[in-house]
Design a protein around this ligand. Structure first.
Ligand code: ATP
Ligand code: MG
Length: 420
């Protein structure tokens, strides 16, 4: 044990479990790569003002959850709490939207930081894979992204997730609805913090998890009854496209999500095996965000899926991913000369694309074979003095126990052919 521990609310990814995390990231990314999304990577920190404006001054993320710091040079930075504002900032800065090819479709994968109350599924450092389609007001993009997330979860073998769908209206119909909602909320029995929220971001009151609040919201006006004709038609088109693609959804008129910048389509994927941290991913349309951070009007849509919670969802469903073996052949040398020969053979095998490893240090046969078994390798390659004299190595199938001699100059070809 070292004197130090991972900071509160964080954990380390270690083998063998870490392989599952990589596979989840890869499974989410694969459908995006096939759909015209290019990889983007932005810094782990940004000017704090980007998030204040882009995520919203009144959100929990900005008011409570951001890790902020002042540099020695006096800049106010924040560890990124989410990806969308940074990705849009990067796209605008590089003028990607001016290349005449809208939408700009980007995907990302990385670490995010939020100062939260740590619990299962809620950490201070977590991982997301996200996607953004920037600069087009087309319901096919909303549908495309939702389908890609759905397909990613399915490809991982998940079944018990649900898609919640809502529309938050646009700058025509939302203000009218907002006023109606505020009027309703002001008449309720609420604490001071919530009363303050009514004036800043009343939609978020709908998202309050407390029973005492939810009970009073039964007759609250709903956005879906206030959508303008354009928003209604847009939402209908998204629903039609999802249905045609075989993606089931549930209308959730209370789904508002934590970020201020959403307009129209908003959605969340929830998993029923995760207790209260049930959201595995979410996103929506953010037609106003670009202007909020000083850019031109660029209607956009995107999502972020939580890698940590997706892994927990796999565990909850008892899904074990079929991962490629970390080691296919494990070499066990007996003696120095054998070590030299096997070192060279392992190097050659690796260069042929075979996952090969070697017993290091001066282990005896018994311990070396234990290492071979622990490595998960299907085959062991044994080399002792008698083998050397005969110019062969022993290739042992660790599952069946069968063993055969292979001429040393045939080992690479033979092993490569066997493991393929
Ligand atoms: P929640 O309502 O659970 O706080 P959120 O609305 O804040 O989630 P988003 O900002 O939409 O979450 O982030 C997208 C996804 O990232 C979430 O659905 C979740 O899977 C994951 N996520 C968000 N915050 C955390 C966290 N603190 N720890 C682990 N995963 C997280
Ligand atoms: Mg949150």
């Amino acid at each position: 044990m070292s004197t130090f521990k991972a900071p509160k609310g964080t954990y380390d990814l270690l083998p063998p479990e870490s392989a599952t995390y990589l596979a989840v990231r890869e499974a989410i990314a694969a459908p995006l790569r096939r759909s015209g999304y290019g990889y983007v990577e932005t810094p782990g920190f940004e000017n704090v003002e980007l998030f204040a404006r882009g995520v919203g001054e009144s959100t929990d993320i900005v008011t409570k959850e951001m890790y902020t710091l002042t540099t020695k040079g006096g800049s106010e930075l924040a560890l990124r709490p989410e990806g969308t504002a940074s990705v849009l900032r990067a796209a605008l800065e590089a003028n990607l939207h001016k290349a005449g090819n809208l939408p700009v479709k980007l995907w990302y994968s990385g670490s995010y930081y939020r100062y939260e109350r740590p619990q299962k599924g809620r950490y201070r450092h977590f991982s997301q894979v996200g996607a953004e389609a920037i600069g087009a007001e087309d319901p096919s993009l909303d549908a495309e992204l939702i389908i890609l997330a759905h397909d990613a979860y399915r490809s991982l073998g998940l079944r018990n997730f649900r898609l919640l769908l809502n529309s938050l209206g646009d700058r025509t119909c939302r203000p009218v609805y907002r006023a109606a909602l505020q009027e309703f909320l002001r008449g309720l029995d609420l604490d001071d913090d919530t009363r303050a929220r009514i004036e800043i971001n009343p939609l978020r009151v709908l998202d309050d998890k407390r029973d005492s609040v939810q009970r009073q919201l039964k007759d609250a006006p709903m956005m879906r009854d206030h959508l303008c004709e354009e928003c209604k038609a847009f939402h209908e088109e998204v629903r039609t496209l999802l249905t045609a693609a075989g993606v089931a959804f549930e209308d959730d008129p209370r789904l508002v999500r934590g970020l201020d910048y959403y307009t129209r389509t908003t959605f969340e994927f929830v998993h029923d095996g995760l207790g209260s941290q049930s959201a595995v991913g979410g996103g929506g349309r953010y037609d106003g965000l670009s202007e909020m951070i000083g850019g031109p009007p660029l209607p956009s849509v995107g999502w972020a899926l939580g890698v940590d919670r997706t892994v927990l969802a796999l565990e909850a469903e008892g899904v074990r991913l079929e991962l490629p073996p970390t080691t296919e052949v494990f070499a066990v040398p007996l003696g120095d000369e054998a070590r030299h020969r096997l070192f060279a053979l392992v190097t050659a095998l690796r260069r042929e694309g075979v996952a090969a490893d070697l017993s290091y240090g001066s282990k005896g046969m018994k311990n070396a074979m234990k290492s071979a078994n622990r490595s998960g390798a299907r085959f062991a390659l044994l080399l002792g003095d008698r083998d050397l004299a005969e110019g062969v190595a022993q290739l042992k199938d660790l599952e069946s126990g069968e063993q055969k001699s292979v001429a040393l100059d045939r080992v690479v070809a033979e092993v490569t052919a066997t493991v393929r």
